[in-house]
Design a protein. Structure first.
Length: 182
């Protein structure tokens, strides 16, 4: 005999959806529509002082974006350091080596958010970026367009132990994100 959760058979049929209690269906539908995941990414960067651009891939994410309560969202992701590509094989080899990114000892570049807030123009995500074993706070600003988030941030690679130029200001890296959402 089917469980009717304290209802008469007539009440159970009227308060069910294909045999599931209405509250279960509501809960499942609410959970499915209120949370969004990042399912793909294109990440590019620019190193203005040397006029170098490039990409990095190998993106993995367990991020959850809670549309109904954005402050409960969590951005967690990483990229594979050895995929760093500046469209110059010799430069890529040098950047991946021990002097710079040291991809053998530090194979992942990671980010985990600590705070997500809604702004007039989109989202502001603040968290820790871990690069070459050094974690530092960073803020990424995102704008949503349809099923995509477009974001940007800037950092100084020298702050993470990657000294390409002598002066800090010459080690500026601008990073752009294009996330595909489900």
């Amino acid at each position: 005999m089917a469980t009717t959760y304290g209802c008469s058979k007539t009440e159970y049929v009227n308060n069910s959806f294909f045999g599931f209690p209405v509250w279960v269906v509501f809960f499942i539908c609410t959970q499915l529509t209120a949370q969004i995941q990042i399912i793909g990414a294109d990440i590019s960067f620019e190193f203005p002082s040397k006029n170098v651009t490039g990409t990095i891939s190998g993106f993995e994410s367990t991020s959850i974006i809670d549309i109904d309560s954005i402050e409960n969202s969590k951005f967690i992701g990483s990229v594979t350091a050895k995929t760093l590509d500046t469209n110059n094989g010799l430069r890529n080899w040098s950047l991946r080596g021990g002097k710079y990114f040291d991809v053998d000892d530090y194979p992942k570049i990671k980010f985990e958010s600590a705070k997500v807030i809604q702004t007039d123009s989109g989202l502001e995500v603040t968290g820790d970026l871990t690069l070459k074993g050094t974690s530092k706070p960073i803020t990424i600003v995102f704008v949503r367009k349809g099923n995509q988030l477009m974001g940007s941030t800037s950092l100084y690679c020298i702050d993470y132990g990657i000294k390409i130029k002598k002066k800090r200001e010459d080690n500026l890296v601008k990073v752009n994100f294009l996330f595909d959402l489900n």
